[in-house]
Structures are given as structure tokens and as C-alpha cells.
Design a protein around this ligand. Structure first.
Ligand SMILES: *Cc1c(COP(=O)(O)O)cnc(C)c1O
Length: 394
């Protein structure tokens, strides 16, 4: 038998890793589509997709081919030079944008937000630094993104936060109207609040907010990090509402699990960031961009936008028929099943034991954001496994 070096020990996994997450005692070793297998060989239906990340499914063959090809040809060159996958990806994203967009590539959602915030302030000038964001909105854990995030519990112990952030009530147009003033550079919201509990913006609110931003001369920045890349059944969540932002951000589903973020701007606004004003060592690297491009092409060729609509409707209908489920909210494959009692944590833990991965996004709601390749059979199996748990717990 092969003996492993001492540093491979899993006896106390928290010894060498900061305790910033409440993790389940499960180690996944393999995946395929919407299924995962743990280190004991047990199979799971994955209705979380690494938190809305693995759009084209686990171990996607097309993405794997792009990664291996670029691992063998070119991984990194720095942003002192051009590389082909970055330009191809930029043009692909441009073709999916509502205007002839300009990109800034980085490595995570939070970094995409940082870029959007810096861009907004540069664009607005020094007398208008303020950003109005939504209560319970989530934009990431770095300082700027954290200050924009509308959950005071996440700020605790990290003061002083960067100034210039104001929070208004989501789905409450008047609250935003009051919060915007002569010092406001931009409004930043998710069209469907993800971490906040999968709360869709209303049509009335988001359309009103678009008009409000135009009338008051402030930028509308939409955080598409969770709801973008086909999750709602359109490339971007804002398409569901028939609105167009001035700037938007993408990350989670963009490279099917490789770290990437992008700030996507209308061209005239993007000009505010001039050479030397922003940067990222790894951002726009050829390997990650090639993976993202393969992912986008896979989503397109397999009509995963259509599948998100189809399976989203089926998953909604199936979950709604389960005991203890009050309602299912959300759009496409960005859903939350609201339970009749605040027992989401217990249900999620027991679902994991039964081979279904869901996330207790709030006390009473299970977040359902499976890979966009999820099949009817995956959903049927998941629902069959969830039924006895919901019957027992609720
Ligand atoms: C996850 C998320 C972020 C942060 O992304 P990271 O890659 O974790 O930094 C920002 N905004 C939204 C809407 C998110 O869901």
C-alpha cells in the first residue's frame, strides 16, 4: 500500500486551513454533469453547482479540452502583452452585451465589483463619489465590495470600511429616489438578490430604477455575478426585465469553475479608466479565458439557456408539490424553495446525507442553483430523495 506524506492528513482538516466557513464533513473527489461523488464513492445530485458556478456541468469535456490545450501551450504572459484567448473572450462577451462593450478581466466576483466601483468614481469625478446599493445585496468580501454589501453582520469587526456607500431598500423605488443626491456616482444592485435569499427584483422596481438613474445622471451598475451566464434562461438576468445597465459584472458561471471575473462597461464610460489606473496580474490569462470561451460556446451549442427555462419550470413544479414547501421563487434555474418552517439548515444537512446538495440560503429557504445541464432525471431523483426528509422535518 502506498503511504501518504504526513501533510496529507485529514485527521483535523481545520488545523491548516482558516476557519472561515462552516463546512460539511464531506470531501468530493469527482463529478460529471449535475452529479458528484465523495471520497467514499457515494453519489450526489448537485443542486448547488459550487454556488451557481459550474454552468456546463462538472468535468465538462469541452472545457477540459480547452484547459488541457492551453496548459500545454501558454498559461500566463502578463498584461504587458496581448493574448489570443483574452481577445476572443472579450469579443464573445461583447457580442452578448447590449452595447459595444469594453471588458476588464480579473479573477473573482469581488474584483469585478472593485473595478466597477473604481470606474464609477473615475467617471463621475471627485465631487460625486457615492454609491447607492441595496439592503441585503451581496457583492463580495474585499473592502469595497464589502462596503457595498448591504448586510451589517458581514461588516462586523472589519471597521473602518471605505466611505461613500449608502443602502436603500430593494424593491422600493422611493427609497432609492431618496438615497440618490448630488454626490451619487452610481447605483449598484443585483436584479435577483442571490445571497440575500434569491429575491427577484420586481419589474416595476427595476424598470423604475433604470429610469431614475437616467433622469438623475447616475450610472446603473448591475451585479450579474450570480444571475448571469444563462442561469435565468437568458444570458443576463437584466434581459428578463427588458432593461439595460451602464456597467455590469460577471464571474461565477463564466469559466465553469476556474477563477475569473469581468467588469463589462458601455464604451463611453469605460474610457474613464486610462493606462495605469487599474490592473490585475492574473486577469485575462490565456488558460482561464480559453476555458471561459469553451464554456460560453458549450452553453450556446447545447442551448443551455433553453434548458434553464425548461428544467427551471420543472424543478419549480416538482418542488412546489413537496410537503412543507410553501412556495418556490426565482427565475429559470436560480430558485429558492421557501419552507413552511425555519428549518432549512436541518433539511440541507439531511438532504446531503440522502445524496442531494442544496443550500440553506436563509433560515426558511433552500437555494436551488444546479448546473445548467441538469436533466429531468436528475431532478426526479433529487425530488425522490428529498420527499421523505421534508415529510419528516416539516
Ligand atoms: C458570489 C457573488 C459575489 C462575489 O464573488 P466572489 O467570486 O466570491 O468574490 C458578488 N456578487 C454576487 C451577486 C455574488 O453572488
Amino acid at each position: 500500500m502506498k503511504t501518504q506524506p504526513a501533510y496529507y492528513t485529514t485527521e483535523d482538516p481545520t488545523a491548516a486551513v482558516m476557519h472561515t466557513y462552516g463546512r460539511y464533513p464531506v470531501t468530493f473527489v469527482r463529478g460529471a454533469g449535475a452529479r458528484l461523488w465523495d471520497s467514499h464513492g457515494k453519489e450526489y445530485i448537485d443542486l448547488l453547482a459550487g454556488v451557481a458556478v459550474v454552468a456546463s456541468g462538472h468535468a465538462n469535456e469541452a472545457v477540459a479540452r480547452a484547459i488541457t490545450a492551453h496548459a500545454h501551450t501558454l498559461v500566463h504572459v502578463s498584461n504587458y502583452f496581448w493574448n489570443e484567448p483574452m481577445l476572443s473572450l472579450a469579443n464573445k462577451l461583447r457580442s452578448l452585451s447590449p452595447w459595444p462593450a469594453k471588458m476588464f478581466f480579473c479573477n473573482s466576483g469581488a474584483e469585478a465589483i472593485e473595478c466597477a466601483l473604481k470606474l464609477a468614481r473615475k467617471w463621475a469625478g471627485k465631487n460625486r463619489p457615492n454609491i447607492v446599493a441595496a439592503v441585503k445585496g451581496f457583492h463580495g468580501r474585499t473592502y469595497g465590495a464589502l462596503a457595498a454589501t448591504g448586510s451589517p453582520s458581514k461588516w462586523e469587526g472589519f471597521a473602518p470600511l471605505p466611505g461613500g456607500f449608502v443602502h436603500a431598500e430593494f424593491n422600493h423605488l422611493e427609497s432609492f429616489d431618496r438615497a440618490i443626491n448630488g454626490s451619487t456616482a452610481a447605483v449598484l444592485v443585483e436584479v435577483i438578490q442571490g445571497e440575500g435569499g434569491v429575491i427577484p427584483g420586481t419589474r416595476e422596481f427595476l424598470r423604475g430604477l433604470r429610469d431614475l438613474c437616467t433622469r438623475r445622471g447616475v450610472l446603473l451598475i448591475l451585479d450579474e455575478i450570480q444571475c448571469g451566464i444563462g442561469r435565468t434562461g437568458t444570458w443576463w438576468g437584466f434581459e428578463q426585465y427588458g432593461i439595460v445597465p451602464d456597467v455590469f459584472t460577471s464571474a461565477k458561471g463564466l469559466a465553469n469553475g476556474l477563477p475569473i471575473g469581468v467588469c463589462i462597461s458601455a464604451p463611453e464610460i469605460a474610457e474613464a479608466l486610462t493606462p495605469g489606473t487599474h490592473g490585475s496580474t492574473f486577469g485575462g490569462g490565456p488558460l482561464v479565458c480559453a476555458a471561459a470561451l469553451a464554456n460560453l460556446e458549450y452553453i450556446e451549442s447545447q442551448n443551455l439557456l433553453g434548458n434553464a427555462q425548461l428544467q427551471g419550470a420543472y424543478l419549480t413544479q416538482q418542488m412546489q408539490s413537496l410537503p412543507g414547501v410553501k412556495l418556490v421563487r426565482g427565475v429559470g434555474l436560480m430558485l429558492a424553495a421557501v419552507l413552511t418552517k425555519p428549518k432549512a439548515k436541518e433539511v440541507a444537512a439531511r438532504a446531503l446525507q440522502a445524496g442531494v446538495i442544496v443550500n440553506n440560503v436563509t433560515d426558511d429557504a433552500l437555494r436551488l442553483v444546479p448546473p445548467l445541464v441538469v436533466t429531468k432525471q436528475d431532478i426526479d431523483t433529487a425530488v425522490l430523495r428529498l420527499l421523505p426528509i421534508l415529510r419528516e422535518v416539516l
